[in-house]
Structures are given as C-alpha cells and as structure tokens.
Design a protein around this ligand. Structure first.
Ligand code: PLP
Length: 404
C-alpha cells in the first residue's frame, strides 16, 4: 500500500490551485510531474558536479562522468539489460525511434522491404518509418485493432512476408491504455527471424519491464513520462544489433579517430551519442527511477489499477458515454466522449474546475480514423492521484453535461 498523502508532498505542483480550485492533474500520459528529489538532483548537478564528461582529466569532469555512467547502469538494471553498452541516451522516445528507423533502414533494408507497425501507434512510431519509406522505398504494413482496442493477432501473423525486416509496436497505447501482448508479438516475429522494437513510452511508468525476459531487440522510452526530466530518454538495443548498426549522427564523442580522409567510430554505447550528452538529465532520470523503485512498481501498478477501475465504473454510469479502449489488459488511461459534447469543450470546461485532461487526437490520428472520430477526452492517472480526485472529476463531467 502506498501512502499517497505523504507521496504527494514530494510533488509541490500538486498542491497548486488553478482558477482557485485545487489542481487535479490527469494528464500523466502526456508528461508526469516531478518529485523534489529529481529537481534537487538537477540543481545539485549544475551547482556541484557540472563539467563536460568523458574528455576531462580534472576532478569535476571525472565526477560528472562517473555520475552519468552510473545513471546508465541504473537504467541497465531497471530494464534488466545484459550490459550497460546496450543503453543509449537519447532525447526521448521520438529520437530513439528515429535513430533506429534511420540506422536500421540504412543497414538492413532495401526498396520493397517492409516494417510492421500497428493502427494504435503514436505518430512518433509512424512518421519516422514514412520518412524512410520516402527515402528508400520501404513500405509499412499495419496491424489493425479490434473494437475493444486490442491488436488483431491473427492478422498480425498473416502480415509477415520474406520482405518483413522489422516489427515496431507500442507496449502500451497512449490513447486506449491497452497493454499489448508484446511477448507473443516478439515470439511470432522471431519465428520469422524478424527483430522487434517496442515503444515503451507509456509502459515503463506503470509496469515492470524486463527486456531479456521479453527478448526485445529494441526498447525505447522517455524520461519525462517516468517522473524524470524532459529532453532525456533511452534506447535499449541488443548489443549484437547495435554493433551492426551505423551511427545516427556524427560529431564529438562518437568517434575513435578522425582524419580528413577517414573516421573510425567509437565503441558502444558512445557510437550513438554524438555531442555533449545530457549528463545532468541522465542522473536526474536515474534519480526518478530510484524513486519509482523505492515505491515499488508493483505497488504503483496496483494503486493505478484501482484508480482505473474506480474511474471506469463511475464513468460508465454516465449516460451517453463512449469509452475507447475496453481491453481487460489496460493501464490507467481513460479515453472517452460524452454524447455529442466536443472533446475541446469538455476539456476547457473541466480546466475551469481545476482538472487537467488532454483532448484531441493524442498524436494518433490513424487510430482516431479507425474509430471514426476526431478526438477524445483523455484522463490518465499516476500513483499520486486519488479516488477523491476521480470523484471530483466525475462530478465535473456531470456538471459540464448539464450545460449542454
Ligand atoms: N510513444 C508513445 C506511446 C507516447 O505516448 C509518446 C508520447 O506521448 C511518444 C511515443 C513520444 O514521446 P516523446 O514525445 O517523449 O518523444
């Protein structure tokens, strides 16, 4: 059991008021709030441990380097990767996927080769592949979803051909909350000798991820969605794969030797980390992960499941509600529409009551198209949210409903 009231004290922003109402923050799938410990780590980093890393012989540079490399080990342990060489720091999920899309396509794909994605992907797992499609003539195959918002696994099985080179799907949908059967997705792909990239942006804050148990080839996530800072994220890749991929960007840090005639590249993980890395961000991300681990990911999941069950039950009782994403395997995301109230109107009016939800297409326009809608209202819960907040949110929806 989590002591939510004492946890909330670690998040100063949660005691703010908005329009004289206590803030209820239900936009956690977009970004999470940061505990004091993470912000203090950033402050301490800049005040006390700041020097550019890896190249310095001096004390501060070595301390900063050690902190950055220790952070990499924290991520390695968190994902249960075999080696810290398999952990690449990026700016976030989007950059991690772009890195793989670019490097994997360059190394392993020819015109006519195929990548399998799904209908529920975030734009950041669609557009990078389309850029490669335009550049190199590869094509996308799309796993459709069921009415409940689950992957059609039979269709998935039938999408493989000898031209399939990679599968890239979300671990958890940012719109539907569906927890995809990613172990099975990977097993099927591996039967065809096809590697799999999992977009874990929505998964790492809510569920234990073990990349070895999953046998994932690539796994990506963003720091800011797991209570860490913005601008830092992770690409996990099996060492065998990363060794074979060409660098994504060129510059300092990623080289072994440079002459005007020829450059040789650094070893992993530095080959993929051109330029000065966000060494303050990496240590703050590690701090966020320690925070999550201290609470316990199982306890977090249990509390968030309870919030989801409570909110779903209360929302379902509202007349004319449509909930998108009805999988039994679901994380704490609720996308819905009420009658013909426009999602923006609902979002704006809830905001006046101090309740922050997201409205719109949630960077998943193809998914909206599949449901024949333009957008939804999305409430997404984190461990610091409470049932009382959900009750206030439901009362808010009822109130908005009476206005229409
Ligand atoms: N993938 C999913 C499933 C997401 O929910 C998001 C963000 O909402 C992203 C990718 C993109 O993450 P970022 O903007 O941090 O790169």
């Amino acid at each position: 059991m989590l002591d939510i009231q004492s946890i909330r004290k670690d998040f100063p922003i949660l005691s703010h008021t908005v329009y004289d109402k206590p803030l209820i923050y239900f936009d956690n799938a977009a970004t999470t709030q940061k505990p004091r410990q993470v912000v203090e780590k950033i402050e301490n980093g800049y005040y006390n441990v700041n020097a550019n890393i890896h190249r310095g012989v001096h004390f501060l540079s070595q301390a900063a380097t050690e902190a950055h490399e220790e952070a990499r080990k924290t991520i390695q342990r968190f994902l249960n990767a075999r080696s810290s060489n398999e952990i690449i720091f990026t700016r976030g999920t989007t950059e991690s996927i772009n890195l793989i899309a670019s490097s994997f396509t360059d190394a392993f794909m020819e015109e006519g080769d195929e990548v399998i994605i799904s209908e529920m992907e975030h734009h950041s797992n669609i557009v990078p592949w389309q850029i490669q499609a335009a550049r190199k003539g590869i094509s996308l195959k799309v796993i459709p979803i069921t009415e409940k918002g689950e992957l059609c696994m039979d269709t998935y099985r039938s999408l493989f051909s000898e031209r399939t080179k990679l599968v890239s799907v979300a671990h958890i949908s940012n719109v539907l909350g569906t927890i995809n059967p990613v172990k099975e997705v990977i097993e099927i792909a591996h039967q065809h000798d096809v590697p799999v990239l999992l977009d874990g942006a929505q998964a790492v804050p809510h569920t234990k991820v073990d990349v070895q148990a999953l046998d994932a080839d690539f796994y990506v996530f963003s720091g800011h969605k797991i209570y860490g800072p913005t601008g830092i994220g992770v690409l996990y890749g099996k060492e065998d794969w990363l060794d074979k991929l060409p660098p994504y960007q060129g510059g300092g840090e990623m080289i072994a030797t440079v002459t005007f005639e020829k450059t040789t590249f650094n070893e992993l993980p530095f080959k993929f980390e051109a330029g000065t890395p966000d060494y303050i961000g990496s240590t703050a991300l590690a701090e966020a992960i320690h925070y999550v681990e201290q609470l316990g990911i199982e306890a977090i999941a249990a509390h968030e499941d309870e919030l989801l069950r409570h909110a779903s039950k209360r929302l379902e009782a509202i007349e004319d509600v449509r909930i998108f994403g009805q999988s039994v395997h679901k994380s704490s995301v609720l996308s819905f529409l009420i009658g013909d109230i426009h999602h923006y109107d609902m979002g704006m009016l809830l905001d006046r009551l101090g309740i922050a939800v997201r409205t719109g297409h949630h960077c998943a326009q193809p998914l909206m198209k599949a449901f024949g809608i333009e957008g939804t209202v999305r409430a997404s819960f984190a461990f610091y949210n409470t049932k009382e907040e959900i009750d206030t949110f439901i009362a808010g929806i009822e109130r908005v409903k009476t206005m229409f």
